[in-house]
Ligand binder design. Sequence first.
Ligand SMILES: Nc1nc2c(ncn2[C@@H]2O[C@H](COP(=O)(O)OP(=O)(O)O)[C@@H](O)[C@H]2O)c(=O)[nH]1
Ligand SMILES: [Mg+2]
Length: 208
Amino acid sequence: MDIYSLTSKVVILGNTYVGKSCIVHRQSKNQFSIYSEPTIGAAYSNIPININNNTVNLQVWDTAGQERYKSLAPMYYRGASVALIVYDITSRESFEGAKSWISEIKRTSNINIFFLVGNKCDLYNTRTVTLQEAESYSYTNNIYFIETSARSGYNINNLFKIVAEKISENIDKDKKENMKIDEFILKDLKNKNNSKFTFCSIDFCSII
Ligand SMILES: Nc1nc2c(ncn2[C@@H]2O[C@H](COP(=O)(O)OP(=O)(O)O)[C@@H](O)[C@H]2O)c(=O)[nH]1
Ligand SMILES: [Mg+2]
């Protein structure tokens, strides 16, 4: 039985043709088609992931080629808690694109969980972006990094599982912080019962 079930908006962005729609399709339908049709309109897929008996519903928003128009992007990532920024490991241009997506989203949103996703790693023979370069960029910018292949399915499950884990960890952290305040109030109430009056205002509690 679920202890909790939560829904979180996840946005997938990056240059056109890097495999964003195929990644979502592979995870939600376990299928891959080389004749990927452009998404019609903005589409979201609900991807439920089980983490320690809790369900994290990832509401993954994919664009329909509007990623070409960067000015439209904030419409997609508004309210999202995680951003997956995809590039194609055989296209240096798409890696540079991913970096500019990351700085743009950091500058204009509250999203603080980023994943840099190097897709098409089945084409490793023709890669132009090395693992080391992408790892070092991610490390410096404090974001997660993973290489995937929507074509073979490599690391696709892992990617969505780690995304759900990070969302769940964030929720747990918030819960623990709230608990600290509750415990403090409880302790104070006990003091009151011990006859000495102690005043505990919420403002005071919240800065503990
Ligand atoms: N070899 C290979 N091709 C891929 C992979 N993922 C996507 N593609 C191909 O890349 C093209 C663009 O994919 P699509 O998902 O439409 O890209 P989007 O524009 O980023 O949504 C399509 O022809 C896909 O078949 C992959 O992991 N490996
Ligand atoms: Mg697409």
